[in-house]
Design a protein around this ligand. Structure first.
Ligand code: C2E
Ligand code: CA
Ligand code: CA
Length: 695
């Protein structure tokens, strides 16, 4: 037999006898009632305060209290414990009133058979009520959490009912889309209602899946924003569609960042013109589509003449300002479909889609003309000239690279001939200044040791001792023979090859110097640096490494930097030179007298000597003016505490004059031409001693 079920039973009853009867009946029904009997309002209240009851029985009328009052008291307190009247016959009307007042059942004392089924039922229902209450509380709690999520979400959360009216519009939706919840709730969605309906149908089709859409939206204030939207379908318990939920993220910032990155990848930052990459892409598209119409794509490469000088004299910011004005000038004389790109430095390119050679030449003429009018930079009028090289597809190239390369070659021809414009031709490529064909071959030449050095000695005028040699680079070209440096140093500077070239020269010169030092021939070697080298922050460390590897002391290395190279970026030059000087490397200013540097500036430079340019030295024996320049340069330099070397000494006469002017050292064909080591060895051992030059 099952154990009796304990129930806490409250009995509102004046008769102890009736109470006993009730308890016995409950026990018979399998219950173990733990009971309390009350018969006044006060004692009922105290009992209710005391504990939770499983069931309450109440008499209908008592001397001091009424059952209906007991029931009212209970319900007032929000207590839903099962409440059953157990009473003598009270008449049907009263019974109905009692049930209306909220009693759960009415049992006649004379017929207690109904008691147990009623108790069973009421206890079960009370249990169900309790469970439901618990579930409701849990639901409420989860709803509150959900609500907090919706309210604080940075994503706009919108629910639209199947009719297209807004049912939910969270604060983020207010912020992102501009409409307040008050304005839109219950109304058709303000962002294009017709699309909403379409959206609903679309979503219906996608039933279970999310669909991700992206399109631009107009905010309430009319501002366009980029959004990313995910749509999901809401269904009720019967599986019917009850609405569509949109979750909208404002991705305007992300789009903007993407646009910036794109801009940076395809456009030049200084001028905002397309860059080389974008030009390349456009050529790639234009070449075949022009071919379809039997037309050409014209590519013009335009390079400013002597832009470096402008940069040097006016400073970089003004040079930049000038470059920024080029694009608009060119645009003014071109078609909207033409592309103007900046390739780097002072080099621009113009792509003319669908054109013939005559039209290209006319366009080139217009471009040059457009640049004729002086540019105003901070009120200063500046005149510039440019050279243009032209190449046409498919004749001069069927892909972007060859077209660019050939237009570049033509541009060099235009520069060389001072003609302004040149059209590419294969003939030009082969026979014209050879350096044009050398573009692209130089890297291999450096890597495969096709370069070699010749050395020219310097002698001290007073002691007549050989004080060192200057290393000068040559290119042993398999086709063209020996090529002088003027024809490839500029190419190296423009193509970024000057760094490896210079390092190769330093390394080779140091190795040779080590040999001559051991043989007691030349104590020091000079190497030429270009302006670009001074812009390379790694150069000093790289040279330090080469010095260590060669075993030559740093004081035995002399670096020559032309005066104009120093002026390209004086602050940077100063920094690099200072680092080199601190390594105890000797520094010379080359080609002195050809630039515009002030003596004040020179005074600050950490250099040891200057080399008077050969253009003054060569003719100083016959040209009085040159002689004066040389003399005053020697005097000024000595006053600054620096040594002077004269280069370009081609006669004994000049040599004697220099000695008379107290010049420190000399270099030139009269002493020796630049020679490869094997030949210079013979000079060291035979020619020099014969002439009285001491080792
Ligand atoms: P530079 O540094 O002024 O070199 C002196 C140039 O004058 C050399 O020309 C030399 O052969 C020439 N020369 C020497 N004595 C006389 C003379 O008595 N009369 C005349 N008329 N010329 C004389 P080169 O070897 O053709 O070099 C030309 C320029 O190329 C050099 O001028 C230098 O600026 C540059 N260069 C040469 N090698 C290198 C190098 O390794 N790196 C860099 N960055 N530039 C170099
Ligand atoms: Ca030099
Ligand atoms: Ca020189």
């Amino acid at each position: 037999m099952a154990l009796p079920i304990q129930i806490h039973t409250l009995i509102v009853e004046d008769s102890e006898e009736d109470t006993e009867l009730l308890l016995r009946e409950l026990q018979k029904g399998g219950y173990d009632p733990i009971h309390e009997r009350v018969e006044t309002r006060e004692s009922l209240q105290a009992a209710l305060d005391n504990r939770r009851w499983d069931i309450i029985f109440s008499d209908y009328t008592m001397p001091q209290f009424k059952g209906t009052e007991a029931l009212a008291l209970l319900r007032e307190r929000g207590n839903d414990t099962p409440f059953l009247f157990v009473s003598g016959t009270i008449g049907e009307d009263r019974a109905v009133a009692a049930m209306k007042a909220g009693a759960d059942d009415y049992i006649i004392k004379g017929n207690l058979k109904r008691l147990i089924p009623a108790v069973n039922r009421e206890l079960r229902e009370a249990e169900v009520r309790r469970e439901r209450k618990k579930a409701e509380e849990a639901l409420q709690e989860s709803n509150q959490t959900l609500e907090a999520v919706v309210q604080s979400s940075p994503l706009a959360i919108i629910v639209i009912d199947p009719a297209g009216n807004v049912r939910m519009w969270n604060p983020a939706a207010e912020q992102i889309l501009g409409w307040s919840a008050r304005e839109v709730l219950g109304r058709p969605i303000p962002i294009r209602p017709e699309e909403t309906k379409k959206e609903t149908r679309e979503a219906e089709r996608e039933v279970k899946r999310f669909v991700n859409l992206e399109r631009r939206y107009k905010r309430k204030d009319g501002v366009l924003i980029d959004t990313s939207i995910s749509t999901s379908l809401l269904c009720n318990n019967d599986g019917e569609i009850s609405g569509v939920m949109w979750i909208i993220a404002d991705i305007t910032e992300r789009k903007r960042a993407e646009a910036t990155i794109k801009q940076m990848a395809y456009y030049d930052t200084l001028t905002a013109l397309p860059n080389r990459t974008l030009l390349h892409n456009r050529l790639q598209q234009a070449i075949p589509s022009a071919a379809d119409e039997n037309k050409s794509v014209g590519l013009l490469i335009l390079d400013l003449d002597r832009f470096r000088e402008i940069n040097d004299t006016l400073g970089h910011p003004r040079g930049d300002a000038l470059l920024q004005q080029i694009g608009p000038r060119l645009h003014a004389v071109l078609q909207p479909s033409d592309t103007i790109a900046r390739l780097g430095g002072d080099e621009f390119a113009v792509m003319l889609p669908r054109i013939d050679s005559e039209q290209a030449a006319l366009a080139a003429g217009r471009l040059l003309k457009a640049l004729e009018k002086p540019f105003l930079i901070e009120g200063i009028p500046i005149v510039i000239e440019a050279s243009i090289g032209m190449a046409l597809s498919p004749e001069h190239g069927e892909n972007p690279d060859s077209l660019i390369q050939h237009a570049d070659i033509a541009m060099y021809v235009a520069k060389e001939n001072k003609k302004g414009v040149a059209l590419y031709s294969r003939k030009v490529d082969k026979h014209s200044p050879r350096r044009l064909a050398l573009l692209g071959e130089l890297r291999d030449a450096i890597e495969n040791n096709h370069l070699f050095l010749v050395y020219q000695p310097k002698i001290h005028l007073w002691t007549r001792r050989v004080i060192g040699v200057e290393a000068l680079v040559r290119w042993q070209h398999p086709q063209y023979g020996v090529i002088p440096p003027d024809q490839f140093i500029t190419i190296a500077e423009h193509s970024g090859l000057i760094q490896p070239l210079t390092l190769w020269v330093v390394k080779t010169a140091l190795a040779q110097c080590k040999i001559w030092q051991r043989e007691g021939k030349a104590p020091n070697v000079a190497v030429n640096l270009s302006a670009r080298n001074l812009e390379d922050p790694e150069l000093p460390d790289q040279i330090a490494g080469l010095l260590v590897a060669s075993g030559v002391g740093s004081a035995s290395l002399n670096l020559e930097i032309t005066e104009s190279a120093l002026m390209v970026n004086p602050a940077q030059a100063m920094e690099t030179l200072t680092r080199l000087k601190n390594m105890e490397i000797q520094l010379s200013i080359d080609d002195f007298g050809t630039g515009y540097s002030s003596l004040g500036y020179l005074k600050k430079l950490p250099v040891h000597q200057i080399k008077i340019d050969k253009s003054f030295v060569k003719e100083m024996a016959t040209d009085e003016e040159d002689a004066i320049i040389v003399r005053s340069t020697i005097e000024l330099t000595h006053n600054l505490g620096l040594k002077v070397v004269a280069e370009g000494v081609e006669s004994e006469e000049v040599l004697e004059k220099l000695a008379a002017l107290d010049c420190d050292a000399a270099q030139g064909y009269h002493i020796s031409r630049p020679l490869p080591p094997s030949e210079l060895n013979a000079w060291f051992t035979e020619t020099a001693p014969a002439k009285g030059w001491n080792l």
